[in-house]
Design a protein around this ligand. Sequence first.
Ligand code: NDP
Length: 247
Amino acid sequence: MNNKPVALVTGANKGIGLQIAKDLTQHGFTVLIGSRRFEAGENVVQSVGPDARTIQLDVTDEASIAQAEARIRKSYGRLDVLVNNAGVGHGGAAGRSNAQIMAETRLSVVDLDELQTVFATNVFGVVAVTQAMLPLLREAPAAKIINISSATGSLTLNSDPSNPLRQYTSTYTASKSALNAITQALAIELEGTNIKVHAVCPGLTATDMSEYGGPVEDAAREPVRVASLASQSPTGTFSNAQGALPW
Ligand code: NDP
């Protein structure tokens, strides 16, 4: 049986999730690279390190989640860290310019199919994966759930008229507000147990999701810091690399 702590990172075949996976192996974790396309995980697994494995995991697919849980149970019998990182910015780019996507994903006009697609991954997917993994997290001595959120989902920050980010409210930012609410609710429900629940904003990062932003190395720093805390892990809290964020 593996003695190293085991971390599952969803959507870890590229972008911020891949960097989180790489950094977690440097902190002594065995890392499971969740990837909805198994080959995409296999293409990067060697770059993550010898203690990385690919696990097929589509967070919107009940059967895929159940199979991933069964594989982790069989190989490790527990899960120490779950990083809910998989996310989408919108319901698909086919035939749409960036300007069109921005205009069409405002809550005042958004098509409900678009809303469903984004919430299916960013919100329902997190709940489904978390629920499935809870029994494995309960088997770890001190477990953590880290939800990769965004400061653009902060209701407090969006309530401040001087906050320039508030002009970007969208289906995506609403999904992150919902994720924040879920993070807090899970933390309350799991109070007094071995499982801590925390949300992190990685900051604007240049990936396939965002044309602009800093490097993935910077984005991974805060989630990896929280995942690696030996004790006094935060719960019911939200942070970025600069410190605490308001819900
Ligand atoms: P990327 O688009 O680079 O990566 C997203 C990852 O999620 C990919 O691995 C993608 O898989 C995966 N994914 C999407 N849908 C599913 C699904 N149904 N099941 C499993 N995996 C899925 O984006 P980022 O790395 O930028 O984003 C990572 C997280 O960080 C997201 O939650 C995002 O909202 C958050 N974030 C990003 C910011 C940024 O500026 N980039 C800022 C704040 C938060 P595939 O390769 O198959 O598409």
